[in-house]
Design a protein. Structure first.
Lengths: 260, 257
């Protein structure tokens, strides 16, 4: 079960090495001051799969997705997203890449001076440069209905509950039709019922919008619902990889301790 | 102790460098296509219009008190007819612009610092950035331009209401018509008095917006950094206001006289 670069376990989504690679990471390193957070990260994410990264708090899970989206620059290693080396991209190319990626923040990160409708319109007007108001309204309605939040379209973020904020954040990310979704702890701070709803929504999104996803989570139920493949991060390296059940039933004490 | 002094100066130079980089980013984004007109108008309303009452009230009271305190001194010299001129000189050339700018630094710079700081803490700025939008163009350029436009307008309002306060104060003890009073005020001012006063308000507006945005946008990701951003924005903007005031007065004196 210990991860080696050449060992890519075929997951329950029936993916193989022949599938198109969306993300390819080799020897990724990242330090903050003297603390080496990522020591040697190697991973591939294939088109259409949901990859869950498990790990302790502070193990650097979020740092990986922040490197993927270009928020942080790695100290060493190769990181290719859609066949483009992220750290080598200029401002314009990075912006173009980011349009293809959806990032759901832990807090939802809704713009709190705008209503839910305006939050949805923001990327359509500013990123996709859509001008037709009818087309914009139609797209906003469609996405809000798909996350079950249409009734709250004119509410301010401060009037929404934690779960609703997450769903609104998700809708704002989906409104531009991203090909790759990065979820940073999508169920943190939510009650078990809402967590399950959000986890099922992540799965529905994968099917409906044909997205590829990386899900960073501590929530085992979320991992069991959403994961095609699970990677376990410990001490700056992946120590296990496989389907949820394979990793859960690992004989490695460190890996199995995540599931106790 | 020497270490602390060294660290302090090192920090000051580092921050000055960061401010220059932030200024360059502002200029680059200012001339990029896709100016956010609707957000600019909203910011003019938020920063400018919503400060009208505070600036107006303060300026009126300031003019009133100034006239009440000047009057006995001028009467002592038999020069009470110079009261409108003295008020116009002091309010329009110095007190009006500086007091308005200080009030705006307290209200607007701290507001911008806290707003952008909290957007940073709650990952809203990061969300904007990773979505492919341009947070500098949307958040920073609009706010700096809004304060650069609105602070001169607020100063104009403050000057007029300050002179009105002076008129009320004069009319408590003697009777002067509004027409005569304002005629005397305007006659006391020349174009060379008004121009430097107006130009410095543009710089005041810019520095209030710039410092507020810089402190908020570059704040750390802790909740205490929101308060720190608001607080340091007021302190730095107020200091800059006095520095700019001194420079503009010196330069205009050299050019005009």
């Amino acid at each position: 079960m210990r991860h080696k670069e050449s060992e890519i376990t075929v997951n329950k989504g029936q993916l193989s090495r022949k599938d198109e690679s969306v993300i390819r990471i080799r020897g990724l390193k990242k330090s903050f001051g003297k603390k080496e957070v990522l020591k040697n990260i190697n991973m591939d994410v294939y088109k259409g799969e949901n990859v869950v990264i498990l790990g302790q708090s502070g193990s650097g899970k979020s740092v990986i997705i922040q490197c993927i989206v270009g928020m942080l620059s790695p100290d060493a290693g190769d990181l290719k997203v859609f066949d483009q080396e992220v750290s080598a991209l200029g401002e314009t190319k990075l912006k173009e890449l980011r349009i293809r990626i959806g990032f759901l923040f832990q807090s939802g990160a809704l713009y709190d001076s705008m209503t839910v409708r305006e939050n949805m319109q923001f990327p359509l007007i500013r990123i996709l440069k859509m001008k037709d108001q009818n087309e914009i309204d139609q797209r906003v309605e469609e996405v809000l209905k798909s996350v079950g939040l249409y009734e709250s379209i004119d509410k301010m973020p401060s009037d929404l509950s934690g779960g609703m904020r997450k769903r609104a954040g998700l809708a704002r990310t989906l409104v531009v039709n991203p090909e790759l979704m990065l979820y940073d702890e999508p169920t943190t701070g939510l009650d078990p019922i809402t967590s399950r709803e959000i986890s099922n929504m992540v799965l529905e999104i994968q099917k409906k919008y044909k997205t590829t996803s990386i899900i960073i989570t501590h929530d085992m139920e979320c991992a069991s619902i959403t994961a095609d493949r699970v990677l376990v991060l410990n001490n700056g390296e992946f120590i296990a990889e496989g389907s949820f059940d394979e990793v859960k039933n690992s004989k490695d004490d460190l890996v199995s301790s995540f599931f106790k | 102790m020497a270490d602390e002094v060294f660290k302090g100066w090192k920090g000051w130079f580092a921050e000055s460098g960061e401010q220059l980089i932030f200024f360059r980013a502002f200029v680059r984004n200012l001339f990029r296509p896709g100016f956010e007109w609707s957000e600019f108008v909203r910011q003019c309303y938020e920063t400018g219009y919503k400060s009208f009452t505070l600036v107006g009230t303060t300026a009126f009271i300031m003019g009133l008190v100034l006239a009440l305190q000047l009057r006995p001194a001028l009467v002592g010299f038999g020069a009470d007819s110079l009261l409108p001129k003295s008020l116009a000189d002091s309010i329009v050339k110095e007190i009006g612009p500086v007091i308005t700018a200080i009030i705006c630094a307290g209200k607007i710079a701290s507001g911008i610092g806290a707003e952008l700081g909290s957007m940073k803490v709650t990952e809203q700025i990061d969300a904007m950035e990773v979505s492919g939008a341009n947070p500098l163009q949307f958040l920073v350029v609009t706010r700096i331009l809004a304060t650069t436009v609105m602070v001169p307008l607020l100063t104009l309002l403050g000057d007029v209401l300050g002179l009105m306060g002076g008129f009320v104060a004069i009319n408590i003890t003697s009777k002067v018509s509004l027409w005569l009073y304002f005629n005397k005020c305007i006659a006391a001012l020349s174009f060379s008095d008004l121009l430097p006063a107006f130009i410095k308000t543009i710089f005041f507006g810019f520095v209030i917006g710039f410092i507020g945005c810089y402190k908020g946008y570059t704040s750390n990701k802790g909740t205490e950094s929101v308060g720190l951003a608001a607080n340091s924005a007021v302190v730095a903007a107020s200091l800059w206001i006095f520095v700019i005031d001194a420079i503009v007065v010196q330069v205009s004196n050299i050019i005009i006289y």
